[in-house]
Design a protein around this ligand. Structure first.
Ligand code: UGA
Length: 417
């Protein structure tokens, strides 16, 4: 397993759990040391315990860099980052570097499995670096969600394997046999497209929900009821329709932009997806507008309490977090920020990081719920009401009982409620 980040670490520990022997390779010495002593750097439900069990069972070990031990590997999974280039396209530098470093250690008949989210056509790029008839390159995209990655790995909706060699594809699919999942074997370009199309569709679904929420505010409808009503239609489904502050994280923003770029390079203007991306920016603005409206029309000199900073609950990941984007906009318009997140203790630029929600709300003009941490649901409006300067609640995750907060004298604004 090359790369021990979110995807590589989860895949390494879970494949070991399925009975395979796994070597996790990373270029970060401190990380490798920590991992070998069972300390994992991310908040991921169940991952630490599986990792420790697998280390103890000697089915998993982490090593620094590339070495002869890789020669015994039948499968080499690439799980290195594909960051966003300046123009929005995916940068393949880490993939190229990893494959080049692997070259001296590839055993005949081994399979390079691409798990990183790579532009359509990247399987060919890897094949061209390897240039060996006896080595196969297979695309096997991941669909794990942060926070529930272990659960998602062990209960996949499907396993997608893309290869021009049917037997190599089947060998990769067989690694997951004990999961009894539906397997889709296709060509590499289709497998790579499936990964991007899935994320693009999910982002579109969320932007649609946010747009309907905006419509609800205009026509006096309630988004909770509307979502329940449309979600009962099996063709639509009731998942992934929860309105919020806009979508973020390390995947959707990067992958949607990359797909627009992939389409553009192939001569297709993916206008619909461009619209979805632009609309997400508008959603951040809509939340800022709600805060500004709550504090009387101007944010200059106002102190805002932001509850939640991570891009979603049950993770400590701040990458492309909607909360941070909104904080930035609030600051630009003159507000000062107190913030609290159960997983964030390190300082953030010009944000006063507090230790508790109540400390965060002290002498503030409005409170913004930016991440859906369960502990915010049970906040006591009367206690909070005693410490704030003005009683304004903006619930960008629709997690609070609006009546309860209104009864305690707060103005309450949700999203589409
Ligand atoms: C996403 C996909 O869900 C995974 O299937 C995929 O494997 C992964 O990207 C990836 O490409 O690696 P993740 O980034 O962990 O997973 O986050 P999601 O749970 O999908 O949430 C993305 C954003 O949408 C978050 O900001 C979240 O708060 C927001 N969201 C999600 C909503 O606003 N409402 C919802 O109903 C669901």
């Amino acid at each position: 397993m090359v790369g021990a980040g979110y995807v590589g670490l989860t895949t390494a520990s879970c494949l070991a759990q399925l009975g395979h022997s796994v070597i996790g390779v990373d270029v970060d010495a401190t990380k490798v040391d920590h991992l070998n002593s069972g300390v994992i750097p991310i908040v991921e439900d169940g991952l630490e315990s599986i990792t420790r069990q697998m280390l103890d069972a000697k089915r998993l070990v982490f090593q620094l860099g590339y070495s002869d031990s890789i020669k015994s590997a039948e499968f080499i999974f690439l799980c290195v980052p594909t960051p966003q280039d300046e123009d929005g396209s995916a940068d393949l530098t880490y993939i190229r570097e990893a494959v080049t470093s692997l070259l001296p250690f590839l055993a005949s008949g081994s399979i390079i499995v691409n798990k990183s989210t790579v532009p359509v056509g990247s399987t060919l790029v890897v094949e061209e670096i390897v240039r060996r008839e006896d080595i196969f390159v297979v695309s096997n995209p991941e669909f794990l969600r942060e926070g529930s990655a272990v659960h998602d790995f062990l209960h996949p909706d499907r396993i997608v394997v893309g290869s021009s060699d049917r037997r190599a594809a089947q060998r990769v699919a067989d690694l997951y046999q004990s999961l009894n999942a539906r397997v889709i074997i296709c060509d590499p370009a289709s497998a790579e497209t499936i990964k991007y199309a899935a994320n693009a569709f999910l982002a579109t679904k969320l932007s649609f929900a946010n747009a309907i929420a905006a419509l609800c505010e205009h026509v006096g409808a309630n988004i909770d009821d509307v979502i329940e009503g449309i979600g009962q239609d099996k063709r639509i489904g009731n998942q992934f329709l929860k309105p919020g502050p806009g979508w973020g994280g390390s995947c959707f923003p990067k992958d949607t932009r990359a797909l627009v770029k992939i389409a553009e390079s192939a001569g297709y203007d993916f206008e619909l997806l461009r619209g979805v991306i632009d609309f997400n920016e508008i959603q951040f603005d809509r939340i800022v507008d709600k805060v500004r409206k709550a504090v009387g029309g101007t944010l200059t000199g106002k102190n805002i309490a932001v509850l939640g900073l991570t891009f979603k609950a049950h993770t400590n990941d701040l990458r492309d977090s909607p909360a941070l984007r909104i904080v930035e906009h609030l600051q630009l318009q003159g507000a000062t920020i107190n913030a609290y997140d159960p997983t964030v203790t390190n300082p953030l630029a010009q944000v006063n990081i507090c230790k508790t929600p109540i400390e965060t709300c002290d002498m503030t003009d409005a409170i913004l719920i930016a991440t859906e941490w369960p502990e915010f649901v049970s906040l006591n409006p009367s206690e909070i009401g005693k410490v704030v300067r003005s009683k304004n609640m903006i619930d960008a995750r629709n997690i609070l009982d609006a009546d309860l907060w209104r009864a305690a004298g707060f103005t309450y604004q949700g999203v589409g409620r």
